[in-house]
Design a protein around this ligand. Structure first.
Ligand SMILES: Nc1ncnc2c1ncn2[C@@H]1O[C@H](COP(=O)(O)OP(=O)(O)OP(=O)(O)O)[C@@H](O)[C@H]1O
Length: 239
């Protein structure tokens, strides 16, 4: 049985000046899947996500959503999150929930913070949290309205190993509870552990996509790291 498509993007293209940073990307996000987007620094992953989520306007291409109100049903953790200055983590989360029309009691907000490992930091000014704690708060914000689709841009980058493990477990439990998840990562072991499907973007183009096993088999490599090196090497040599 085929899973329903939540988002279907085709021919996405974006240039800055004479540089095309996203070059005809087709992308499909399916219900209930965990999709990893991988690729070198500057490959166009974040820009692609922004185009898919209508945070930036493409020069060409189109995006179709499963719902009339995508913003209400999508939770986003981008690489930088603007927090309300002078407010604690708990207050920031409360205000963020209010954007979605949710008035959540503190007990519920604390539950969200605690599943992101932030119970101790709830009363700390958000801007005084460590980099890793700010990342966890950004993830808590992405989840506060119970979205059907969760988009996480490098959710484990700059986290210590325990925090990384906790966030991976959180991603897994969200997936187990039926959420669809798209994440980017540079950690191939993590991608192999979490993703049901992956897409490799390099030079603004999709170079490969499929399940980890399909790709290992197709390219006759033993690990996703090897696959990554192989495909991004070929790209570097070709350009
Ligand atoms: N607003 C902008 N103006 C000019 N160039 C931009 C802009 N936004 C992105 N770029 C360029 O587009 C390219 C792709 O950037 P993007 O952030 O999508 O890469 P990425 O694959 O997410 O990289 P990373 O893994 O380092 O996060 C980069 O070279 C970047 O400098």
């Amino acid at each position: 049985m085929f899973a329903k498509t939540l988002i279907e993007a085709s021919g996405l293209t974006k240039s800055y000046g004479s540089r095309t940073v996203v070059d005809g990307v087709d992308l499909e996000i399916r219900e209930g899947e965990v999709l990893a987007i991988i690729g070198p620094n500057g490959a166009g992953k974040s820009t692609t996500l922004d185009l898919v989520l209508q945070l930036r306007r493409p020069d060409a291409g189109r995006v179709r959503y499963w719902t009339q109100e995508p913003a209400r049903h999508i939770g986003l953790q981008l690489q930088s999150t603007p927090f309300f200055p002078g407010f604690t983590a708990l207050e920031n989360l409360r205000m963020f929930a209010a954007f979605y029309g949710l008035r959540l009691p503190d007990s519920e907000l604390m539950r969200h913070l605690s599943r992101c490992g932030l119970e101790e930091a709830a009363r700390t000014d958000a801007l005084r949290l460590s980099g890793g704690q700010q990342k966890r708060l950004a993830i808590a914000m992405a989840l506060v309205h119970g979205p059907k689709l969760i988009v996480l841009d490098e959710p484990t980058a700059a986290l210590d190993p325990r925090a990384r493990r906790d966030i991976r477990e959180l991603i897994r439990s969200l997936a187990d509870s039926g959420a669809s998840i798209v994440f980017t990562s540079h950690d191939m072991e993590e991608v192999h552990k979490l993703a049901g499907r992956l897409m490799l973007i390099s030079g603004g183009r999709v170079r490969a996509s499929g399940t980890p096993e399909e790709l290992l088999d197709r390219y006759q490599v033993d690990s996703l790291e090897e696959l990554y090196i192989r495909l991004t090497d070929a790209d570097t040599q070709a350009t």
